[in-house]
Design a protein around this ligand. Structure first.
Ligand SMILES: NC(=O)c1ccc[n+]([C@@H]2O[C@H](COP(=O)([O-])OP(=O)(O)OC[C@H]3O[C@@H](n4cnc5c(N)ncnc54)[C@H](O)[C@@H]3O)[C@@H](O)[C@H]2O)c1
Length: 389
């Protein structure tokens, strides 16, 4: 029998919508799951806007104070979809109230905050998950499957990019609604925590721990009007970040992220090159995974040179990760579905007792890499990450 999983949503912005959409669709596309999300209450400070959001998405009730939301006995899961500086306090209060917690990325503002969150949820024994949703695109999951099947062989290189251009104008203010990402006190960091955290999570999922990093960051616009104070204030975030790294398995990594790549809105790519094969992914065409097979896993033989070449896998077959839940082969799904898959995995974790990943402890490792990257950018030296996966 399907049991209700009563959701208390904090935040109604970009992620509040993406997650609400996922909760609403999951019952139709994953009917076999034993829990069914129920949109119990949504929370934000602006009552009027919140009421509109709640009615659009089907929330039964609203709260304007997250402290009240996390204490409600009719909430099973607290979903944290607010700026990064609020993650820790809400998570700690939710854990103290015995709630399951789904938290947006990055887990926290810092490793110290993340450690406190891990400690609190483990002490409370509550299931958690962090929304590193890109893992759940079928093509990215297929890349993981190919790695796990040994089709890449000894890994040599990993490279990833996440490029945008929306903050180039120096007239753009920082802080407040929509622009909290430019305010270091709300975001913790710039592109490192906002964009590269996604790349780092995927990289360590596919290729194992990143053990040391060497980074450069830049803040191209040094001061901006702050929307909340009304004053021109220094900009504390990194506008751009590049880093090189070493993985525990000996392979080398190179990562780049910026919000100053004119023309790019969300160019998010990764590539892994190994002795026996390579995979390449590009978010602009999320339904494809590019695969080069040098040596056949099945025969153990090198693919003959005259037939070797990059293969573009259209990741839409029923045999591909998650795809049997959607349409017929050849028909694509997209970005929003990665959130539906995250909910499905979380519920499956509840059913099987094998928690969906990344949970808080796993997401803390990405936080450690982000922090080491920023440390290295300041010190100008290689920095150990301390990742313990
Ligand atoms: N997984 C992803 O791909 C992805 C994408 C975007 C954002 N995020 C993460 O999701 C989180 C939210 O980002 P967003 O893009 O949805 O932001 P947003 O600005 O669109 O929405 C933020 C929401 O938080 C609410 N809020 C702010 N302060 C609050 C408070 N004190 N109490 C209650 N509500 C409050 C705002 O009203 C707003 O509804 C961030 O941690 C961000 O890093 C993740």
């Amino acid at each position: 029998m399907t049991k209700p999983l009563r959701i208390g949503m904090v935040g109604y912005g970009f992620m509040g919508r993406a997650h609400s959409n996922a909760y609403n669709r999951i019952g139709n596309f994953f009917p076999e799951l034993g829990y069914r999300p129920v949109l119990q209450a949504a929370c934000a400070r602006d009552r009027e806007k919140l009421a509109r959001f709640a009615s659009t998405w089907g929330y039964a009730d609203i709260e304007t104070d997250w402290r009240k939301l996390v204490a409600r006995p009719d909430i099973d899961v607290v979903d944290i979809c607010v700026p990064n500086n609020l993650h820790k306090d809400i998570a700690l209060a939710a854990a103290a109230n015995g709630k399951m917690i789904l938290c947006e990325k990055p887990l926290a503002m810092s490793v110290a905050e993340g450690e406190a969150m891990v400690e609190a949820v483990e002490r409370a024994g509550v299931p958690t998950m962090v929304w590193y949703n890109y893992r759940r695109l079928p093509s990215v999951s297929l890349a993981k499957q190919l790695v796990d099947e040994g089709r890449i062989g000894r890994p040599y290189h990993y490279r990833a990019r996440f490029l945008q251009d929306w903050t180039i104008s120096s007239d753009l203010p920082q802080g407040g609604a929509a622009l909290w990402r430019l305010d270091v006190n709300a975001a913790g960091s710039g592109v490192t925590g906002d964009l590269l955290a996604h790349n780092i999570d995927t990289a360590m999922w596919l290729n194992g721990p990143i053990v040391k990093v060497m980074a450069e960051t830049e803040t191209f616009v040094k001061q901006r009007l702050h929307q909340e104070t009304g004053k021109v204030e220094p900009v504390g975030i990194d506008d751009a970040c590049i880093f090189i790294c070493r993985f525990q398995n000996g392979s080398m990594g190179v990562f780049e992220s910026t919000r100053y790549a004119r023309g790019h809105k969300a160019l998010k790519t990764f590539e892994l090159n190994g002795a026996d094969g390579s995979v390449m992914f590009d978010l602009h065409e999320p339904e494809y995974l590019d695969f080069f097979e040098y040596r056949s896993k099945e025969s153990g033989q090198k693919v003959p040179s005259h037939t070797a070449g990059w293969r573009r896998i259209h990741v839409t077959n029923g045999e591909h990760p998650y795809m049997s839940h959607w349409w017929v082969p050849g028909l694509v799904i997209g970005y929003e579905h990665s959130f539906v898959h995250a909910v499905a995995d979380f519920i499956q974790g509840l059913e099987t007792g094998k928690p969906a990943q990344p949970d808080f402890r796993n997401a803390l490792e990405t936080q450690k890499v982000c922090e080491a990257v920023l440390r290295s950018a300041r010190s100008g030296r290689w920095e150990e990450t301390g990742v313990a996966l």
